[in-house]
Ligand binder design. Structure first.
Ligand code: SAM
Length: 286
């Protein structure tokens, strides 16, 4: 009889608050034969907190290529392995890619135990559009490379999400303000799920200024979210809304829409609907 292969579990762990370790993650971490961890001392503290004694093996960027095939061999002999990062979801700007690729190529069952992830947590509370977004991970550390990368993203209309080391936050925000324009709206999500959790929204210019001058900005961990570039159609909508808002100060809805249609060249019916929305926002009782 051939040996039944083990399962490789990709387990998300807390990004701050230990209560965010799910019951299923706890069970898997307690039951697997081995935990492959980015930093074994860090994960040992998590295991101690929950009274677990599962053996640990380090798996980080510098040894992953060499360790992945050996871990696959262990999986093939029927052992089960959990992969964890220091915080959040493995492989999301964290090690694990080589191992997951190798395990899948060998036909091993790779199963996710989903949970915390800083980018999703930040996006979900940012107030920026979430229907379409791009995750850009960490920007390059060297200024010239960072500018080049940002330059490639200037026209991106989806919400942009970046991880950033706090000691580079001010510098990166300055570069974003230079490349995307200081008026672009953005949000900084700091220390999520921790004691000093905070969200700060503003223009890139104001956030860069804050990061340069406020000592709190350079502490903890942060996700940077930047509003996507305005598309031609939402720029046109914003322009016609501005025209309508002025006209509605002086004219009834129908006349405001008719005059706005002449001024902007947009359709009168559509402008009437927008005018209706604007006047409802200004006078909710109407
Ligand atoms: N794999 C992790 C995840 O799923 O979120 C991300 C690991 S990446 C090496 C670390 C970066 O994630 C930090 O530099 C920061 O940008 C972001 N991050 C992690 N924890 C965070 C938190 N509690 N609050 C805000 N950002 C956090």
């Amino acid at each position: 009889m051939t040996q039944q292969a083990g399962v490789l579990y990709v387990v998300a762990t807390p990004i701050g608050n230990l209560d965010d370790l799910s019951p299923r993650a706890r069970r898997v971490l307690a039951e697997v034969d081995l935990i492959a961890a980015e930093d074994t001392r860090h994960t040992a503290r998590l295991l101690n907190h929950f009274g677990m004694r599962t053996p640990l093996l380090s798996l980080h960027d510098y040894n992953e290529a060499e360790r992945a095939p050996r871990l696959v061999e262990r999986l093939q002999t029927g052992q089960s392995v959990a992969l964890v990062a220091d915080a959040g979801t493995p492989l999301i700007s964290d090690p694990g890619y080589d191992l997951v690729r190798a395990a899948r190529a060998a036909g091993i069952n790779v199963s996710p135990i989903p949970g915390p992830c800083a980018l999703i947590a930040a996006l979900s509370v940012s107030g920026l559009p979430t229907d379409r977004f791009v995750f850009e991970g960490f920007l390059p550390q060297k200024t010239a490379a960072r500018h080049t990368r940002l330059g490639q993203q200037v026209r991106e209309t989806r919400t942009l999400v970046y991880y950033e080391a706090v000691h580079r936050l001010a510098e990166s925000l300055d570069d974003m303000a230079q490349v995307f324009g200081g008026a672009r709206p953005a949000v900084i999500a700091r220390e999520l799920t921790k004691l000093h959790e905070s969200m700060r929204a503003g223009t890139l210019a104001s956030l860069a200024e804050w990061a340069r001058t406020d000592s709190h900005a350079a502490k903890g961990e942060a996700v940077v979210l930047v509003s996507g570039a305005a598309t031609a159609s939402n720029t046109a909508d914003a322009d016609s809304d501005a025209v309508l808002a002025v006209l509605l100060e002086e004219l009834p809805l129908k006349q405001a829409a008719a005059l706005a249609a002449k001024l902007t060249g947009q359709k009168r019916n559509m402008l009437y609907q927008r005018a209706l929305k604007i006047s409802k926002t200004k006078n909710p009782s109407r």
